[in-house]
Design a binder for this molecule. Structure first.
Ligand code: NDP
Length: 281
């Protein structure tokens, strides 16, 4: 029997950690499968995606710059992918290509793991940032019944567009509103690239944040961002961003290889070792 195979498609693709994650699971569960990297240009992407099965793949992860194009190309996108406006995971069933966006699951499952009960009190969530990742977060938080979601972004127009797309309880604010909004936040999420290695720090004052608040960062390199260090210092509950990356990989692996994998400390240690090796190089 031919081994099952999946891949990650992007351009460039060298830095993707998906092969490490899926490779770890294939080995741990003794599954005779493959997970490859595929560097595919935007011009070649439509044909590549449409011929996945002919190339021996059961499915794929899709990353930059193809996530929006994939939404248009799949035969069927689920409600999550349509709401987020991007597909990051595809699989084939009876010759049809299906697409989803598993960042939503990744974000929520990471919080469930790292701060159980975090959504019991979710009257006010504050998201810093309004880019592609923030879109997945807004959808996820709405699914969990967030009372209101305040988007704080450097470019107000981008936050306004995102708020308008989701409507109702999602509101847009300029960066200067941050201090006021943090005073009543139950959940604070950094979805900007600030605080990432090589980027400017996220300058934020957490002194007025309620003591029960949970703080999470989707930046995971470094693992302990300035935001998380400051939140920990204040005694707030913190959840780092690596778990989102690990959990978003779970649904794809299950679809392609037929086994729901677990996000374990062993997997986490493997990826942390890779992050540290990269930081040292
Ligand atoms: P985008 O480029 O779509 O958005 C970037 C966001 O950061 C925008 O809100 C942008 O604001 C803001 N930003 C960038 N530079 C500055 C600055 N100097 N000052 C203020 N705001 C700034 O990126 P994504 O949404 O795709 O990703 C954001 C981060 O999340 C990245 O670091 C990425 O690695 C991480 N990520 C982590 C995941 C995980 O699994 N843990 C999954 C996906 C992403 P503006 O609109 O004003 O430009």
């Amino acid at each position: 029997m031919m081994h099952k195979a999946a891949c990650v498609i992007g351009h460039p693709i060298a830095h993707s950690r998906s092969p490490l994650i899926h490779g770890y699971w294939l080995q741990s569960y003794g599954i005779a499968g493959r997970y490859e990297r595929e560097d595919v240009t935007p011009e070649a992407f439509p044909d590549f995606l449409k011929s996945l099965e002919d190339q021996g793949y059961s499915g794929a992860n899709v990353t930059l710059p193809h996530k929006e194009a994939a939404l248009e190309l799949v035969d069927e996108a689920d409600a999550t992918a349509r709401a987020v406006g991007a597909v990051n995971t595809v699989w084939i069933e009876q010759g049809r290509l299906y697409g989803s966006n598993t960042d939503v699951h990744g974000f929520l499952a990471n919080l469930d793991d790292g701060a159980p009960g975090w959504d019991r009190r979710l009257d006010r969530a504050v998201i810093l940032g309004a880019g592609g990742a923030a879109r997945a977060l807004v959808y996820g938080l709405q699914q969990r019944g967030a009372g209101s979601i305040d988007l704080v972004n450097r470019s107000l127009d981008r936050a306004q567009k995102l708020a308008a797309d989701f409507g109702g309880t999602v509101r847009a604010h300029g960066w200067e509103q941050q201090a006021e909004l943090l005073k009543s936040a139950d959940l604070i999420v950094n979805a900007t690239s600030l605080g990432m290695t090589g980027k400017p720090p996220l300058d934020i004052d957490l002194s007025a944040v309620p003591a029960h608040a949970t703080v999470t960062d989707i930046v995971y390199s470094p693992l302990e961002t300035g935001l998380l260090a400051a939140a920990r210092e204040r005694g707030l509950r913190v959840v780092d961003g690596l778990g989102m990356l690990l959990h978003q990989a779970v649904p794809g692996f299950e679809k392609w290889f037929g086994h729901r994998p677990a996000v374990t400390s062993g997997l986490r240690d493997r990826i942390v070792a890779d992050l540290l090796a990269q930081a040292a190089s």
